[in-house]
Design a protein around this ligand. Sequence first.
Ligand code: NAP
Length: 486
Amino acid sequence: MSNQVKTDVLQADLYINGKWVSEPDQSYFESLNPATGELVGTCAIATAEQVNEAVSKANKSYTAWRNTPIPERAAYLLKAAEVVEKRKEELARVMTKEMGKVLAESLGEVGVVSATAQYMAGEGRRLFGETVPAGFLNRNITMVREPLGVVACITPWNFPVALASYKIFSALIAGNTVVWKPASEVALSAKIFVEVLDEIGLPPGVVNLITGSGKTVGQTLAEHPDVKVISFTGSTEVGQKLAEMSNKTLKRISLELGGKNAVIVLKDADLDKAADGIVKSAFTTTGQRCTAASRVIVERSVKDRLVQKVVELTQSLKIGNGLEEGSQVGPLVNEDQLHAVEKYVETAMKEGGKIVSGGKLVEELGGNYYEPTIIENVKPNDTIAQEEIFGPVLAIMEVDSYEEAMEVNNGTIYGLSTSIYTESLHYANRAAKEAVSGLVYINNGTSNAEMGVAFGGMKMSGNGHREVSYHAFDVMTEWKSIYMNY
Ligand code: NAP
């Protein structure tokens, strides 16, 4: 932390009421590149007063924004899609520098932002109401969706802009205004996204950016009476705290939380396809995805053949700086995350696990690198089979039947994503029905969301709401019923 604003690096100030704001005594924190340790930029630490100011401006701009016809609101989103595409390369490079994912992934993520803007612009035209047959003569009953007011969007670092775009664009098209708190690790990427929203000429106060301590900003937003909705993506632990804090003012809260996703491989599966899906799901984004596969549950008779294929593919992955051509696995986001991964691997060894690939820091590269790691002989109740690791560690578990596999799959507190590889129509259909998770993939890895398809988890992976599709309006709007006697 420092009070000094450096001029030779990027700087993220707060964005309140259409202006970039910095007080003379504003404190800043440093954003470091996890691949090199270099300073990427400095980001403002908002005070509680500044958070309150952002909420107040968002609240003030709400009436005019909700009264702006939807096609006009949609036009802003379509413009945002264009400008984001123009700044794609710049934004993607800053994302890679801030949190380490390889450039191709960052570019793909920026593409999701423009696709979300376009999708939500279209959905605005379909914010239909309902008519209900009246029980009395000469009466009409209609139900309409209405916006709620100020929406606080709180987002994690692993998808710096895509997750924010799901929240911000669905909030805006529905007629709400926004205060956005991005993760501190990626505040500079957030700044560029907000520059785009500034460039398209959104009215002042409609979107505000607040960076700084999750605890201070989060608590102020959660307790503020004028914040009507909290849309949060992040860890289950923080989600639970936010839910408790926001309960006092009866806010609506949408929680997208952690996962402990599994790939089930039955003995009749195409093992080459399964191995490919497993490796992509486990090690893309260095395993730092809520939908990353961190468990493989395989029928005993094909375990050795499957593990051999998974190990071969894993060992062919190129670890390196995400900005370098050819890198496939970047660094972990920070040293804490790196040490957490080291500790999980140590614990797995103590509990009887056996490393079949990886298991070490990659010290020669200098950044927060850890080898993609595969551990077999893991039992369903072992620590690495139960807790979210959020790193490149894959646990292999053997079972004797589909039924046992599904029991192990469902035997954690989480329920985000389940995948099954099988040629059997019977087991594929049973898995679709019996997996207790918000996403089920048949003959595909665990991590592959498409626009327009409801995204979210069951059990402790969320609180029942969904994003990425029009179902987001169940959070971003509320129903009003109108009785008219004529
Ligand atoms: P996190 O620590 O929970 O942080 C998420 C956001 O909450 C950040 O903006 C953070 O700000 C803020 N925050 C931290 N403490 C807070 C508090 N006491 N009150 C209010 N806000 C607070 O999660 P993360 O490490 O950024 O992201 C990883 C987690 O996100 C994993 O568990 C992953 O599974 C989950 N995730 C879920 C999904 C999904 O859709 N289900 C998608 C992606 C990620 P600071 O950065 O300033 O601390």
